[in-house]
Design a protein around this ligand. Structure first.
Ligand code: ATP
Length: 515
């Protein structure tokens, strides 16, 4: 299958369900829109991706590569709460600005993101007094409305709803039957609200965080005051975020509860653009390193008119998902945010967010520096963990009809939830005993990285097929020959090849392959 033929999202979702990667939340109650659970394999895959990020960002930042200042990169972690002081979100701009303009449908009570609604109109431009058909891209409404529009007009083309003059008396809503049901656009705040404490009055109103970043900003001063970090340095955090997305869709891509992996990197203004370029390039390389290579992955620099008012430069790491192809969907945004966030928290809290940089300022007669006080500038690489998992699943899904089991998941060995399977060819003739001994050794050595599978039931072909779908890179089979010459069969997921290696070399083989 060429990279350019979109894979079937239905096939990927069905494998994810069948093998226990992703389930619909509350499926037994009919599900709840915008929420997804991970099954055993998915939970481990997600953990492995989070661990890979943590390892490469916090424990060994940027693979030990020096920063633009010629020194090792310094990053420390925090773990802040989902509920922050409500003023946090006034300072961050989320209370006032975290809005999507929406249109409601009076007929169906549906609510749609204004900038996502498209309309099928006649290609000729002649519509007389006939109604036109609105739809949401990538949803069942698109095919349904296209059919109706073609029946009415013959050849059709699509335009943005926003390009049609209001009132939209002749527009039929995406799921409606009659024209004129769409309201004018209105603002809709995406933050989930809750109440802290028993009284549940307006004064106790709080929000579930829509991003993990603000917890980092709110603690930045504590971090530089209480630890030995010096600017430039980063603070990293992973955790859940919540957005009451109006149109959750595309599997886990746009969910209402999701996990982020965010870094706020603090530096002096004079070095900010160099650090921005450094993080942007390294983050792109990192996504490549976990298996998203090839032209499905791009780095896209934002145009000046796309930038947030406080941002001097932003780029996105984007992946070509089957549902976005030929376009791309954002995995991570890397933004130079100036010192907007810390300045805002300084303003709203009254607490000075200035850092005293003793390595700057004029040199005094005694050779020391006077120091410089400033509100640090920030580079923010902000990634979505669930979107990362989805990209890994989409990239991994491979169909090859020439194989006995055509579907397999080429998950990068570092992320694979099952690292290896140990199989006795048959459950007799002493093979299970040898296999169990090898299994114990491999679990002891590699069990901290992921699951090690042991199974002696079913034909070996069926067992290999199951591991192919689970994305397990290697199976080791103990057979008759093992008993005579201490070799085992290594069966590779990606090539289907079978080779023999010494049973004593299995651990070494895995150590090399799992990296
Ligand atoms: P989008 O434009 O897709 O709504 P965004 O630009 O608002 O995303 P950011 O606020 O920059 O996203 O959030 C950082 C990262 O968090 C995104 O790159 C994405 O990976 C992830 N993310 C944001 N919203 C969602 C969501 N609803 N579901 C899953 N992941 C999300």
């Amino acid at each position: 299958m060429s990279n350019h033929t979109p894979k079937s999202m239905d096939a990927i979702m069905s494998l994810c369900k069948r093998r226990g990667f992703v389930y619909q939340t509350s499926e037994i109650y009919g599900g709840i829109n915008g929420f997804w659970d991970y099954g055993p394999l998915g939970a481990q895959l997600k953990k492995n991706l989070r661990d890979a990020w943590w390892q490469d960002v916090v424990m060994g930042p940027c693979w030990g590569r020096k920063g633009p200042n010629g020194r090792p990169v310094s990053v420390v972690p925090v773990d802040t709460t989902i509920i922050q002081h409500p003023k946090t979100w006034e300072a961050s701009g989320h209370v006032a600005g975290f809005n999507d303009p929406m249109v409601d449908c009076r007929e169906t009570k549906g609510r749609y993101r204004y900038d996502h609604v498209q309309v099928f109109v006649p290609a000729s431009g002649e519509r007389g007094d006939k109604p036109v058909f609105a739809y949401m891209g990538d949803t069942p409404s698109e095919a349904k409305q296209r059919k109706k529009a073609e029946k009415t007009f013959g050849e059709v083309t699509s335009v943005a709803l926003s390009s049609l003059p209001q009132p939209w008396d002749r527009v039929i809503g995406p799921d409606a039957e009659k024209p004129g049901s769409l309201t004018e656009p209105r603002q809709f705040n995406l933050m989930f609200k809750t109440y802290v404490g028993a009284t549940a009055g307006e004064d106790d109103k709080a929000y579930l965080r829509p991003e993990t970043a603000q917890g980092i900003f709110a603690q930045a001063k504590n971090v530089w005051d209480t630890t030995r970090v010096k600017v430039p340095f980063g603070i990293a955090q992973t955790g859940k975020s919540f957005r009451n997305e109006v149109t959750p869709r595309n599997f886990t891509f746009r969910s209402r509860e999701f996990e982020q992996m965010e870094i706020e990197f603090f530096c002096h203004e004079s070095e900010a653009l160099a650090w921005y370029a450094y993080w942007r390039d390294w983050r792109m390389e990192w996504w490549k390193s976990i298996g998203l290579a090839g032209d499905n992955l791009i780095l896209r620099e934002h145009e000046a008119d796309e930038l947030a008012h406080y941002s001097k430069a932003t780029s996105d790491v984007e992946y070509r998902f089957p549902f976005s192809a030929p376009g791309y969907g954002e995995l991570e945004g890397i933004a130079y945010r100036g010192n907007f966030d810390l300045s805002q928290h300084q303003k709203f809290s009254g607490v000075k967010m200035e850092y005293n940089d003793t390595e700057r300022g004029e040199v005094l007669p005694n050779g020391s520096r006077r120091g410089e006080r400033y509100v640090p500038h920030v580079i923010e690489p902000s990634a979505g963990l669930d979107r990362g998992v989805l990209a890994v699943l989409c990239e991994a899904y491979t169909k090859d009809e020439s194989r006995p089991s055509p579907e397999f998941m080429k998950i990068h060995p570092r992320l694979a939830p099952i690292k290896a399977a140990i199989y006795p060819l048959v459950a007799k003739e002493g093979m299970p005993e040898v296999a169990e001994k090898l299994y114990e050794e491999i679990v002891q050595r590699f069990g901290r990285l992921g699951f090690i599978e042991f199974d002696e039931k079913q034909s070996i072909g069926k067992r290999y097929a199951r591991m192919d779908e689970a994305g397990c890179p290697f199976c080791f089979t103990i057979d008759g020959e093992t008993l005579t010459n201490q070799t085992v069969t290594v069966r590779s997921r990606d090539t289907g090849s079978q080779d023999r290696i010494g049973i004593d070399n299995v651990a070494g083989f895995l150590a090399e392959k799992l990296g």
